[in-house]
Design a protein around this ligand. Structure first.
Ligand code: COS
Length: 378
């Protein structure tokens, strides 16, 4: 058993930390205030090779492992979860191609996704969120094309991404087995975008509706076999949920660092509040929980690197525990700041709002408990 990152993982983590401190942290408050999509940050991530990190080298990527990728997500999230969220959503558009794409699809799209094109993943609908198989978007086969009709909601990177993996029913009577997946490029006639949603937190990343009206997609853009789409989506989420856990660890670490600094400086009753046991014990609990979550995240990522047969439960555990841990940590971090924590002058107010989405996207905590318990019972 190995508990230490190797030299490559450590140097990638350090590089992500340096870019975050220099580039993303100074812009984070502005991104939050304006809600502007941070293209500058995306360009920095592209230049650093983060957009192609785990894409195999033969397809133009970096060929790095999942542990390294999760370290990058963690470090960026210490300052800006909008930026790390864009990266995670990008990989939701990449993974289905790695899992089930044809050789032609991989050769055509992965080099683009490793550099110049953002990806995204469209499964959620107004009446099909947690119950993803209840989707109503249809893909009817007409000769060499599929004709897509329906509306997807809350699609991260929607409207900004050059490519989206879209899940739609090719057989509306077959439930989960009637779902297929398609690569749909931005600019395809019949695809339009709804307005950018106005969110409570994570305000830099953008979510939009994707509207399909007789949107014709060539047959060669179907990913995997007809009817395999739901399994491809589930396998993708198994791969990517860990990185949402990494976001939670990074965000909690950022909130903890701010609370520790504040607690060392703020003096009440004649000494810094960090020296009052009420606060010192909070700090001890926060640090312990962050470390426990970090280990769960790294373990789930290492299982993925080891190509373990199934790691659904482990990635769901990492996401569940880390996201709920980050809730407890930001709560305490704001409490330590007292009234100042409630003010926009301090970053903790943003962390508090940003945290909430981590317990919801890529499957709510309740869905993670379903995944974990069904794997225990099976
Ligand atoms: N890997 C491979 N196959 C999987 C799988 C996985 N992790 N999970 C399920 N499957 C397969 C099942 O084996 C089953 O196959 P068969 O039809 O051959 O038996 C099929 O997929 C359907 O599985 P299941 O019956 O468990 O599907 P449910 O409709 O009950 O849904 C959950 C399962 C709740 C896990 C799923 O709907 C889900 O993950 N919902 C949340 C979606 C989500 O995270 N949304 C966020 C969007 S991304 S921001």
């Amino acid at each position: 058993m190995q508990f230490a990152l190797n030299d490559i993982q450590l140097s990638i983590k350090k590089m992500a930390r340096e870019i975050t401190v220099k580039e993303f942290a100074p812009r984070a408050a502005h991104v939050d205030e304006t809600g502007e999509f941070p293209w500058d940050n995306v360009a920095q991530m592209r230049d650093a090779g983060f957009l192609g990190m785990t894409i195999p080298e033969e397809y133009g990527g970096g060929g790095f492992d999942e542990v390294s990728f999760n370290c990058v997500v963690e470090e960026i999230s210490r300052a800006c979860i909008s930026t790390s969220g864009i990266l995670c959503a990008h990989f939701l558009g990449v993974k289905p191609l790695i899992i089930a794409g044809s050789e032609e699809q991989k050769r055509k799209y992965l080099p683009l996704l490793a550099g110049e094109m953002l990806g995204s993943f469209a499964i959620t609908e107004a009446n099909a969120g947690s119950d993803a198989a209840a989707m109503a978007t249809s893909a009817a086969r007409h000769g060499d094309e599929y004709v897509l009709n329906g509306t997807k909601v809350f699609i991260t990177n929607g409207g900004e991404a050059g490519q989206t993996i879209v899940f739609a029913k090719t057989d509306p009577t077959a439930g989960a087995r009637g779902v297929s997946s398609f690569i749909v490029e931005k600019g395809t006639p019949g695809l339009s975008f709804g307005k950018k949603e106005n969110k409570m937190g994570d305000r830099g990343s953008c979510i939009r509706e994707l509207i399909f009206e007789d949107c014709r997609v060539p047959r060669e853009n179907r990913v995997g076999k007809e009817g395999d789409g739901f399994k491809i989506a589930m396998k993708t989420l198994d791969d990517t949920r860990t990185s949402i856990g990494a976001q939670a660890v990074g965000l909690a670490q950022g909130a903890f660092d701010a609370a520790l600094d504040y607690a060392k400086q703020r003096v009440v009753f004649g000494k810094p509040i960090a020296q009052h046991q009420a606060i010192a014990f909070m700090l001890a609990d926060m640090a312990t929980e962050i470390e426990a979550a970090r280990l769960l995240v790294y373990r789930a990522a290492a299982l993925l690197d080891a190509q373990a047969e199934r790691y659904s439960a482990e990635s769901a555990m990492a996401k569940l525990f880390a996201s709920e841990m980050s809730h407890r940590v930001v709560h305490k971090a704001l409490q330590i700041h007292g009234g100042y924590g409630y003010m926009k002058e301090y970053p903790i107010e943003r962390f508090y709002r940003d945290q909430r989405i981590i317990e919801i996207y890529e499957g709510t905590s309740e869905i993670q408990r379903m995944v974990i318990s069904s794997n225990l019972i099976r």
